[in-house]
Design a protein around this ligand. Structure first.
Ligand code: HEM
Ligand code: SF4
Length: 551
């Protein structure tokens, strides 16, 4: 966990009192909704279909038990008893009253949490691998660099008044769990031939109306040059980004229109003019941040202790262990994923009671630390394997031990028409229906790793382009239709999926997905050929044929 200093605490508290005054003026009618809009967006407050929506940042997806408890408190006290974890390491509250917002922010500030830069045309919450710091084989804890960028970019003018929203993601593992290739800037921490660590920089990735996979712009930027180099990118973006047209304003469009070579040259010129200036980081600055990440006092343990061996006789425990428990960088410890995708439930939601219970379990079994991943699940990063049987029982009791992580029912979905004012269609009920269809664990397990992603409109909040199966809601003559793409992925081999044919009506979506899955089961070469691999090998035709032959 990172410990915030006095500067951060002051900043957060000052923001609360500033916002309290703004809300007061809005409620008194001194500010119109239009005048208030900019101010609320700077604090993560949207106006949605039914109510204000409040988006809170979870920097690099790391939460303490105290922070999660405070979120439970906000959900219970000011909302309807639940919160929604999103794909960018945020939590959203959907039903909050404007008059309660300053109190909610103040409560969150008491545990170092804020909602700054969770909306608007600024650098958003900087995200990373939810296994950061504990993943085996990781080059270095990427959160150190997230934190550095967070401190630098928060309220920095070059990063705060951009042509459009701006998203960074960082990974330090060979397997990318942070989806860096679909971010405006993706950073891959790696070691060069000389054994030094630094960043491969990708730019211009993003989903929405015009999806792009990020393009490599520089293979190696030393850590000391990271701030300077990303600032050079943002300067070029600020200078040339299309502020006149919201649909062309993202950096991905600029990179596409200029071409990556020209864009890279512009950035390089900017960078050469500013390298070795004050933005070149002193080693002490990095060390100071590194030292503020406190790791637990681990015990010396061994893998597969007796407790796990004997519990494995229970098929329910074993199914969960095989699905939801991953190796930790230290022997005898595990990373445990908590599925927020119960069969029939809305993906990513957690109730206040669940959050409280998870906070308690994290204290008991994970040194008081919880992680939030972009797949809308949670994780406990430091669980001693001997505690797994007891932890499983407790997680099962509160409904977060569904053994479906990475399986067909581990669906990413945006709020869609149930909450969102921009939606064309519903997303959540489609997800719920699909989880019921594939509820049988043995079937889901047989199918293997398969990511279904659903968005209720072109904005792509559910990352549908990079779902192995992507479902995009479109409206046709006032009715809900869905376009289906297959073969997308969001990891180190990220690619945008391919449309298989005409959109299908709401009532047929689950049947279509079942058809696609059946086609895959019949066509795969081996049981361990993943769905995305089969699509890459076969193309969309055999799937298209299966879906449309009878429709
Ligand atoms: C309910 C309120 C929400 C609104 C009004 C909203 C609005 C938008 C809009 C307008 C875009 C497109 C931006 C662009 O292309 O420039 C977008 C993109 C996105 N949103 Fe949302 N969103 C909402 C909720 C969510 C939720 C709940 C999630 C996560 C589950 C989410 C995650 C994302 C992501 C990941 C993108 C990615 C597009 C990209 O790569 O840039 N949003 N959102
Ligand atoms: S994809 Fe569209 S419907 Fe879904 S949350 Fe985003 S803006 Fe709303």
């Amino acid at each position: 966990m990172y410990t915030y200093d006095e500067i951060d605490r002051t900043l957060i508290n000052e923001r609360v009192s500033e916002f309290r005054d703004q809300v007061k003026r809005r409620l008194a009618g001194e500010l119109t909704e239009d005048e208030f809009k900019m101010l609320r967006l700077m604090n993560g407050v949207y106006l949605q279909l039914h109510a204000y929506m409040f988006r809170v940042a979870i920097p690099y997806g790391t939460l303490s038990s105290a922070q999660l408890r405070k979120m439970a408190h906000v959900a219970r006290r000011y909302d309807r008893g639940y919160g929604h974890f999103t794909t960018r390491q945020n939590i959203q509250f959907n039903w909050i009253a404007l008059s309660d917002l300053p109190d909610a922010l103040e409560d969150l500030a008491s545990v170092g949490i804020h909602a700054m830069q969770t909306s608007g045309n600024c650098t958003r919450n900087i995200t990373t691998d939810q296994w950061a710091g504990v993943a085996p084989g990781e080059v270095e804890d990427p959160r150190i660099w997230c934190e550095l960028l967070r401190q630098y970019s928060t309220m920095h003018p070059e990063f705060s008044f951009l042509p459009r929203k701006f998203k960074f993601a960082i990974t330090a593992s060979a397997h990318d769990r942070a989806a860096i290739k679909v971010h405006d800037i993706g950073l891959r921490l790696h070691r060069n031939d000389a054994g030094e660590t630094g960043f491969e920089v990708l730019v211009g990735g993003g989903l929405g109306r015009t999806p792009f996979i990020g393009k490599p712009i520089k293979p190696f930027v030393h850590g000391r040059d990271l701030l300077g180099y990303v600032e050079a990118i943002l300067r070029v973006y600020n200078q040339y980004g299309r502020r006149d047209n919201i649909y062309k304003a993202r950096i991905k469009i600029l990179v596409h229109e200029l071409g990556i070579e020209k864009f890279a040259r512009e950035v390089e010129d900017e960078w050469l003019a500013m390298r070795d200036t004050a933005l070149s980081l002193d080693a002490e600055v990095v060390e100071d941040i590194r030292a503020r990440f406190i790791y637990p006092h681990y015990e010396t343990l061994t893998d597969l202790p007796d407790e796990v061996r004997s519990a494995s006789a229970d098929p329910a425990f074993e199914a969960w262990r095989l699905n939801s428990v991953a190796p930790h960088r230290l022997p005898g410890y595990s990373i445990v994923t908590l599925s927020l995708k119960p069969i029939g439930g809305p993906p990513g939601d957690a109730t206040a009671d669940q959050m409280d219970a998870i906070a308690d379990l994290a204290e008991k079994y994970s040194f008081g630390e919880i992680r939030v991943g972009h797949e809308q699940n949670l994780a406990l990063p430091h669980v001693a394997q001997k505690d797994l049987p007891a932890l499983w029982k407790a997680l099962d009791k509160i409904g977060v031990a569904t053994p479906n992580v990475n399986l067909v029912t581990d669906i990413i979905a945006c709020p869609g028409l149930d909450y969102c004012s921009l939606a064309n269609t519903r997303s959540i009920p489609i997800a719920q229906e699909l989880t019921r269809r594939f509820a049988n664990h043995h079937t889901a397990n047989l199918i293997g790793r398969l990511h279904v992603n659903i968005s209720g409109c072109i904005n792509a909040c559910g990352h549908h382009h990079v779902g192995h199966i992507g479902i995009l809601g479109v409206e046709k003559n006032g009715e809900e239709y869905y376009q289906i793409t297959i073969g997308g992925r969001a990891d180190e081999h990220a690619v945008v999926g391919t449309l298989i044919g005409p959109a299908v009506p709401y009532a047929e979506v689950a049947d279509v997905i079942e058809d696609i899955v059946e086609a895959y089961l019949a066509l795969r070469q081996r049981p361990d050929e993943l769905f995305v691999e089969a699509v890459a090998r076969l193309g969309v035709e055999p799937f298209k044929e299966r879906v449309y032959a009878t429709r």
